[in-house]
Design a protein around this ligand. Structure first.
Ligand code: NAI
Length: 417
């Protein structure tokens, strides 16, 4: 038992172990990395601080990094995505955990600070909170840090802002931007798990409804695709003309939110930007419209404005808040506007997180070996790592592909015909 940890309830461990073992059975690439590396303990001597959505797949990553020799301290990357039973199981497995479901703002910040106070040498961040605190309030811990990895689009934006001001103090690998990450995790993972979270929560039919998806990036494409597959009429809102053309050619209606807000039965924001649904949109919305967010932070739905407009607010079902207007109209917000797939569900499927977390593992090994040679910048994941993860995935699902002949390779690298 690790005495440093702060969790909700250690007696929940049994259910956490069951969740972790089910997830790990469906994470063949991580298991392959375990086979390849665990006897060599390549992370011996490293202290890894992790801030990720703290559920079963993340627990598999933490456990693997520990098996590869590292000391691992972990916290959650969103107050509502932490699962207390998984935390309890992780503590029994020897990982140091600072997290619980639905902490106060002070507790949540304290957990991030405690994770950094374990003096990490490597960072795994999701949304940029650990890196941001390290550069603002915990600079005394910067000296030990060799580098880190960022899991999501919003975190990469924050890192690039830090880099632009020449303030970034260690190399950060943009795991989110690896092909083996965003093509599958952001698109298929978010696409599927957003509807897992929404359907678990509302238990209503999707077919025939009008769903407004805001943001047609990698996540938005997945969400719109799955909404269409479930039989919804889909409207996309965008600010980028190229993404808007893509949505249009993919067969979706494209229009400004001011217009779309009149038609939607369900709104799903996934832009990584703030104030996507605001007062003017709430005014337009139909009675009974459902509002959900899948972007990293809970800033996409202007809840303050909604609260100011409502005459009554009540929790009517787990993860559904009913906002009643003076004219009797009701709008329903899911999971407090936090990422609905994690706050009201189990997050991405295990096979998807298998790829994302295998990238994380290989990137940490790469950072350990190469940190002295790396620029203190936001860096791309080396293509060998990216391709290795997809190759291992193909092997795991029994799919073989062709390989280039020498003649073809030559042809592809020649300027003569
Ligand atoms: P992306 O950068 O590929 O796409 C975002 C899209 O939103 C862009 O096309 C942009 O033009 C559009 N956008 C920005 N402001 C807008 C506005 N005011 N109205 C309409 N569209 C707007 O980003 P990606 O990878 O799709 O990620 C989106 C968000 O989802 C990020 O916060 C990311 O961190 C988060 N994320 C959430 C996951 C989850 O499990 N829920 C998984 C992966 C990422």
């Amino acid at each position: 038992m690790n005495t440093q940890s702060i969790i909700k309830d250690s007696s929940l461990a049994e259910s956490g172990h069951l969740k972790i073992s089910w997830a790990y059975r469906h994470m063949p690439v991580l298991r392959r990395l375990e086979e390849e590396f665990s006897s060599k303990k390549p992370l011996a001597g490293e202290r890894i601080a992790i801030c990720l959505h703290l559920e079963a797949k993340t627990a598999c990553l933490a456990k693997l990094l520990q098996d590869l020799g590292a000391f691992v301290a972990i916290t959650g990357s969103n107050p509502l995505s932490t699962q207390d039973d998984v935390c309890a199981a992780l503590v029994e497995l020897g990982v140091t955990v600072f997290a619980k479901y639905n902490p106060s703002y002070e507790e949540y910040t304290n957990f991030l600070n405690k994770t950094l106070e374990t003096s990490p040498t490597l960072i795994v961040d999701d949304g940029g909170d650990l890196v941001s605190i390290l550069h603002k309030d915990k600079q005394e811990f910067l000296t030990n840090i060799k580098g880190g990895c960022e899991e999501t689009t919003t975190g990469i934006l924050r890192l690039k802002a830090l880099e632009k001001e020449s303030l970034l103090k260690f190399p950060m690998l943009a795991v989110n931007d690896a092909f083996s990450k965003y093509l599958f995790d952001n698109r298929y993972g978010t696409g599927q798990s957003v509807f897992d979270g929404i359907n678990n929560t509302i238990n209503l039919v999707i077919a025939g409804k009008t769903i407004v998806v805001s943001g047609y990036g990698w996540c938005g494409k997945g969400v719109a695709m799955r909404a269409k597959g479930l039989g919804a009429k889909v409207i996309v809102t965008e600010v980028n003309p190229i993404k808007a053309v893509e949505a249009y050619m993919d067969g979706f209606l494209v229009m400004p939110m001011l217009e779309a807000s009149k038609y939607g039965d369900i709104f799903i924001t996934v832009t990584g930007n703030k104030n996507i649904l605001t007062k003017e949109h709430f005014q337009n919305m139909k009675d009974g419209a459902i509002l959900a967010n899948a972007g990293h932070f809970n800033v996409e739905i202007d809840l303050k404005a909604l609260e100011a407009m409502a005459v009554e607010k009540s929790v009517i079902r787990k993860n559904i808040v009913d906002y009643k207007f003076a004219n009797g109209k009701r709008l329903y917000v899911l999971a407090e506007g936090r990422l609905v797939n994690l706050a009201a569900g189990d997050g991405h499927p295990a096979e998807i997180m298998d790829m994302s977390f295998s990238l994380q593992t290989l990137c940490l090994l790469y950072l350990k070996e190469n940190f002295k040679k790396l620029a203190t910048k936001v860096l791309n994941v080396p293509s060998e790592i990216d391709e290795k993860v997809s190759s291992y995935f193909l092997e795991a699902v029994g799919v073989k592909i062709d390989s280039l002949s020498l003649e073809q390779l030559d042809y592809l690298h020649s300027w003569k015909l």
